[in-house]
Ligand binder design. Structure first.
Ligand code: ARG
Length: 285
């Protein structure tokens, strides 16, 4: 199959942080997906999570683990536990009290694992709202992380930050509406990224910004967005996506990526998918 560059996509080695959903349940509601009255199946959540973990290892990636804490059912969504670039971990400060207990365990894990921790002043939910896209950071606001946290993250990492505003409560974190597929070398050696996104999740100004910065982006349909198709991880070749995002799967194949289907339907009851369960640990420049 051919795609615009005509070349073969190369997988890059990744290190991810995950947390087994031993204590997973839905006992409160902080996003529209969560319905505490409905039952959850913790064993099914663990089995689905294990399949994602095994898939990462099978494809040659490294997965590190943080111990789950009883009473913190959302800790499985490690993407919200921080944002890590070049060995520096910017810690989380959660919007809702229900998740505040996760802050110290993540910060402690970063310290014990040799990362330099920057404790945040501003409310932010880590890689849920901050995505490294080549050299720049895409930063989401509207529901969780604040605009002040965007300024803070720009200082911490000394990088250009592009603020984007989310408007649909179903897509309350940036990683539910944008997927970074791989970095690409642009003119002058500047690294840009290939991304996929859900246009209807953003306000008009943010849509215009995305069109300007990423004219080649894959624009994903509402149907694929609604099954959390964009909540995916990528190593530059293999893109880990929900099996229900069939249109997105076809778009990825057309561009020469290899979609790898992993079903996390039980974890979607908490409002999270593949990317939410995956925090990238970038140790060196
Ligand atoms: N129940 C969690 C919350 O609402 C889900 C977090 C999903 N994480 C993500 N990176 N989108 O905070």
């Amino acid at each position: 199959m051919t795609h615009p560059t005509g070349s073969t996509r190369i997988a890059q080695h990744r290190t991810y942080l995950m947390c087994k959903p031993t204590h997973f349940t839905v006992s409160y509601r902080i996003n529209p997906w969560m319905e505490p009255a409905n039952p959850t199946d913790t064993q099914l959540a663990v089995d689905q999570w294990q399949a994602l973990y095994d898939t990462y290892l099978d494809l040659g990636h490294e997965v590190q683990l943080i111990d789950p804490v009883e009473g913190l059912p959302d800790m499985v969504y490690t993407a919200n536990g921080g944002f890590v670039i070049d060995g520096v971990a910017y810690g989380p400060k959660f919007r809702f009290a229900e998740r505040a207990g996760e802050e110290q365990p993540f910060i402690t894990w970063f310290r014990e694992n040799g990362l330099t921790v920057v404790e945040p002043r501003e409310t932010n939910e880590g890689e849920g709202d901050f995505l490294l896209a080549g050299d720049i950071i895409l930063a989401g606001t509207g529901f969780r992380s604040t605009g002040d946290s965007h300024r803070e993250v720009a200082e911490v990492f000394d990088r250009e930050v592009v603020s984007l505003t989310l408007t649909d409560p179903r897509f309350y974190h940036l990683d539910t509406a944008i997927s970074v597929l791989d970095p690409v070398q642009g003119p002058g050696g500047v690294e840009r990224a290939n991304i996929a996104y859900l246009p209807t999740a953003f306000d008009a100004a943010s849509r215009a910004t995305l069109q300007r910065l990423f004219p080649e982006a894959i624009e994903v349909s509402d149907a694929d967005g609604a099954v959390f198709g964009l909540n995916s991880a990528s190593d530059g070749r293999n893109v880990f996506i929900s099996p229900r995002a069939t249109g997105f799967e076809a778009q990825l194949r057309e561009r020469g990526y290899n979609p790898v289907l992993v079903d996390l339907s039980e974890l979607l009851l908490g409002g999270g998918g593949i990317k939410c369960c995956t925090l990238e640990i970038r140790r060196s420049a």
